[in-house]
Design a binder for this molecule. Structure first.
Ligand code: HEM
Length: 499
């Protein structure tokens, strides 16, 4: 007992010493912000884990009180200044990722979690060209084919008059498209009986657990020693679904490795391209491929599905937007088959403005994105930030900034059709910034264009009691998630009669 008291007193003294260091001696002690956030990670833990992904909102409050630069935890600085962020996160800067923040996404072998700038460049080089617009254009017939799968589900709902959860359809379609691009075989969730419910619950579980493990990483060794019989009994349904998904991806990776490099490049999926292009294959290569596969499926499905659902919801909310969009699409007379010309679709100004506004409303990644400049200190106004300190920004806070986007919560595609819209576009960053910008953006944008254009020309979509709260991100857990009991975008459908 005496020993325990000594231990506890020692721990308290250690914590007190740490708090004093962070407050007065740390090289970040001059950065404004709440003292509680500066002295320990517990402050952030409360908002991120206990309140589930609420720290973005709290950081926004901090900026309101303390100005454009705040210390969000003992080690990290957050800046809300769009012009500074464009400059600081520019592709020419050799910035590292913040390992503590990213260790949870896909593991250390995936491109998205790679800390070091140079290692990242090499890894990304093994697939970057394959995601360039020229290559993705060749994939348009597959996107159309997946869309037709979604359309078959919608047609059934037209016939029965039943309410359809369009968010689920979009997420399944996004997962089917990205998996068809990345894996030897698509996940084909549109054909599943539960319309991807299991997949979606496993993704939400992944993001929630990943966020918690950032702070509770010290528990990992304890988890690994739990006997498997007890561990398995503790697993929830979403956790089991996530394990099943990983098993599927493992089987795909083993297929790719077994097949070996292929000289005939036509028809190869992205994992096979990495397998072809990666010359230094060590004993961790299988792990690398698996983590890349996980990263692509996670990064490419929830984001694209969410953007599609949010964009559709706001088109339905604003009748004038819907009418203008429909008129433009009818005039363009697009034929949705394997010969669909994506450039023709992308050249439609109003459709393009609607999708840009949809991207602004859906934010991409709702959480902050931290980067480290290891080689030189950063000067921001009167504040000097030492080399090696993580500096983060959050796209969402810029997208909702009324100085850039007047009436930020009004869905207004017209803001992208003004004379100075090109200049405004530089403040839109749903796909992130710099050398780590989303490599899947062309695939995502093609898919969103095709899906929105198809659905509004083929169906009359009627919102069935969906409110903003069912779609707007309430939990920024890497990907944006609406409230826990969200019903998603519920609609009824009628076939549109075209003359
Ligand atoms: C609307 C859809 C999408 C949005 C809004 C989006 C957003 C983002 C953002 C913000 C990042 C940067 C994350 C960071 O800095 O840490 C990112 C990275 C990434 N995204 Fe996307 N994404 C979308 C679709 C896709 C798709 C379809 C794919 C797959 C083809 C994909 C694959 C990736 C990968 C692999 C990375 C990591 C890149 C790297 O670290 O070099 N994303 N995405």
């Amino acid at each position: 007992m005496f020993l325990l008291i000594i231990l506890l007193c020692g721990l308290c003294l250690w914590q007190l010493g740490q708090a004093c260091y962070h407050l007065w001696l740390s090289p970040l002690s001059h950065i404004p912000g709440p003292k509680w956030a500066a002295i320990s990670l517990l402050y952030e833990f409360y908002y991120e884990v206990i309140c589930s992904g609420q720290y973005t909102r709290e950081i926004e409050n901090m900026h309101r009180i303390y100005g454009p630069i705040v210390r969000v935890n003992p080690y990290e600085v957050h800046i809300k200044d769009p012009d500074f962020c464009i400059e600081h996160f520019s592709p020419v800067k050799k910035l590292d990722k913040y390992g503590w923040w990213y260790r949870v996404f896909g593991g250390p072998w995936s491109t998205i979690s790679t800390e070091d700038h140079h290692v990242h460049k090499t890894r990304r080089g093994t697939f970057q060209n394959f995601l360039a617009p020229r290559m993705v254009r060749g994939f348009v017939p597959t996107i159309v084919e997946k869309l037709k799968g979604a359309s078959a589900i919608m047609d059934r709902h037209v016939r029965t008059g039943n309410v359809l959860n369009l968010s689920n359809v979009y997420r399944c379609m996004a997962a089917d498209v990205v998996s068809a691009y990345v894996l030897p075989t698509s996940l084909n969730l549109l054909e599943s009986d539960d319309l991807g419910e299991e997949f979606q619950s496993s993704l939400r579980f992944f993001f929630e657990t990943a966020t918690s493990m950032r702070y509770l990483g010290f528990m990992e060794p304890i988890i690994t020693i739990i006997p498997s019989i007890i561990f398995n009994a503790m697993l929830t349904q979403p956790a089991k679904a996530l394990i099943r998904l990983v098993r599927k991806l493992e089987a795909c990776v083993d297929d790719v490795i077994q097949k070996g490099p292929d000289m005939d490049k036509s028809g190869l999926c992205l994992l096979e391209r990495i397998n072809n292009n990666e010359h230094e294959k060590d004993e961790m290569f299988r792990e690398r491929l698996l983590q890349e596969a996980e990263q692509f499926i996670v990064a490419g499905s929830e984001t694209t599905g969410h953007t599609l659902a949010v964009t559709t919801f706001y088109i339905l909310q604003y009748k004038n937007v819907q009418e203008k969009l429909l008129q433009e699409l009818i005039n363009a007379d697009i034929v949705f088959d394997g010969n669909l010309e994506i450039t023709k679709l992308q050249a439609l100004p109003y459709l393009s403005a609607v999708i840009t506004e949809g991207l602004r409303f859906s934010h991409g990644v709702g959480s902050r994105l931290p980067r480290i400049n290891k080689s030189s200190e950063v000067q921001y106004k009167q504040w000097r930030i030492p080399a090696g300190v993580p500096i983060s920004m959050t796209s969402r806070l810029h997208h909702e900034d009324a100085r850039l986007f007047p009436e930020p919560y009004k869905f207004s595609p017209d803001r992208w059709l003004q004379a100075d819209s090109k200049n405004l576009k530089k403040y839109l960053s749903p796909f992130g910034h710099g050398s780590r910008i989303c490599p899947g953006m062309h695939l995502a944008i093609y898919e969103i264009n095709i899906a929105i254009a198809y659905i509004f020309t083929h169906y009359t979509v009627i919102n069935f009691d969906t409110t903003e709260a069912d779609l707007v991100s309430k939990h920024d857990l890497g990907a944006p998630f609406p409230k826990q009991d969200s019903k998603g975008l519920q609609v009824t459908l009628r076939a549109r009669v075209t003359e």
